[in-house]
Design a protein around this ligand. Structure first.
Ligand SMILES: *Cc1c(COP(=O)(O)O)cnc(C)c1O
Length: 371
């Protein structure tokens, strides 16, 4: 069976170093708010080529904390609106509603799966304070027009960079394009910890300070609480692991890009719509997502033939029970995407033979349903 994602194999590449740093952390007697987190933050800033990095407990918290900080700094208040793609993982939307802000769901572009930037302006009201872009599946969502629009309406642009660490737009890393960005280091992400963790990046030093304080009980000085904060800190163990793996992100991305190119050149059937690639560097292929009207049959066929696939995502946020108030919002493109997408295995540890096999199985299936 070709696994969708072989995490054991991914981390086995770095096992000796990971075990060594784990032993160092255990022996150090210091587990939170220490040198290793600081070092990881510095290395992430270097990787990003600028900005401030704040290590936090997970990707959802990274996004929640950005809004929370904007509220504390007086830039937003309860009831303000945030434009967000309807086609995203639910965490993007939870970060907004958790802060009692109102998500304004906007349809994606069927070609890129990302927010359709041409639809944003008509959604802006007097209450709109921010646009959240999600670089979904690892594909950059950005344009100069978006920057101009945000400036014109005095809106913050927040990037959900959970799936796209390492991508570039015009040479700039995602996470450094907007006003602030949330990263996730969930084990299955392109830079995965061995547990939960995340980070915020921002060029805004005042925002960075507020986020750092909010993530530590609202306290910048021990036992002095400036805000009603949360406990959302990255621990020293995860920081040490991430520091080992951060050095290999660009190399792993190259391998993902190689596999994606192979899929694009070798999957051949008019029943399958392949993902669009963008300019060089604009896609880091966290996921390789195809579309087909025969999605469920294809998934079953691949499974029978030894290829594990997943669906990202089967139910959109606006159709979830927890967002009953959004269930009737009309979002036909988002619904269509959720009915048709299938994610093929893609990871830096897949072998050429495995990638070739995935193509062969898909191409044979297509011939079978064509008759
Ligand atoms: C994974 C993910 C998150 C949340 O990250 P966690 O670390 O799991 O909390 C947010 N947004 C997107 C698009 C994600 O894929």
């Amino acid at each position: 069976m070709i696994k969708f994602l072989d995490l054991q194999k991914i981390n086995a590449q770095y096992a000796n170093e990971l075990k060594q740093v784990a032993a160092d952390v255990i022996d150090s007697g210091w587990y939170l708010l220490g040198e290793r987190v600081k070092l990881f933050e510095n290395n992430l800033e270097a990787f990003q080529e600028g900005g401030n990095a704040i290590a936090v407990a997970n990707g959802l918290d990274a996004l929640r904390l950005i809004f929370k900080a904007y509220i504390e700094l007086g830039f937003m208040q309860e009831g303000d609106e945030v434009i967000v793609p309807a086609n995203t993982y639910i965490a993007s939307v939870l970060a907004i509603t958790d802060n009692k802000l109102v998500p304004v769901l906007v349809e994606p572009d069927l070609g890129t799966f990302n927010l359709d930037l041409s639809l944003i302006e008509s959604k802006i009201t007097a209450k709109t304070k921010a646009i959240m872009v999600v670089h979904l599946y690892g594909r950059v969502c950005w344009s100069t027009e978006l920057e101009t629009l945000a400036k014109k309406h005095n809106l913050k642009i927040i990037e959900d960079n959970a799936q796209s660490i390492g991508a570039r737009w015009n040479g700039i890393r995602t996470g450094n394009l907007g006003d602030a960005a949330g990263f996730s280091f969930y084990p299955g992400k392109n830079l995965g910890a061995l547990g939960d963790s995340g980070a915020v990046t921002t060029k805004d030093a005042e925002l960075a300070k507020a986020i750092r304080t909010l993530a530590n009980y609202g306290s910048a000085q021990k036992y002095v609480n400036q805000y009603q904060g949360l406990n959302s800190r990255m621990d020293e163990m995860q920081a040490a692991f991430l520091d080992v793996k951060l050095r290999f992100v660009d190399a792993e991305t190259s391998r993902r890009q190689e596999i994606a190119n192979y899929y694009i050149e070798n999957i051949k059937n008019d029943k399958i719509i392949l993902p669009s690639v963008g300019k060089v560097g604009e896609h880091v292929w966290h996921l390789f997502v195809i579309r087909t009207a025969n999605r469920d049959e294809l998934q079953a066929y691949l499974q029978e033939n030894g290829v594990q696939t997943l669906i990202h995502y089967p139910i959109p946020p606006h159709k979830q029970e927890c967002y009953a108030n959004l269930n009737r919002v009309n979002l036909p493109i988002t619904d269509k995407i959720h009915a048709e997408v299938l994610s093929l295995p893609i990871s830096p540890v897949m072998t050429d033979e495995e990638v070739e096999k995935v193509c062969n199985v898909i191409n044979v299936f297509c011939k079978e349903i064509a008759v």
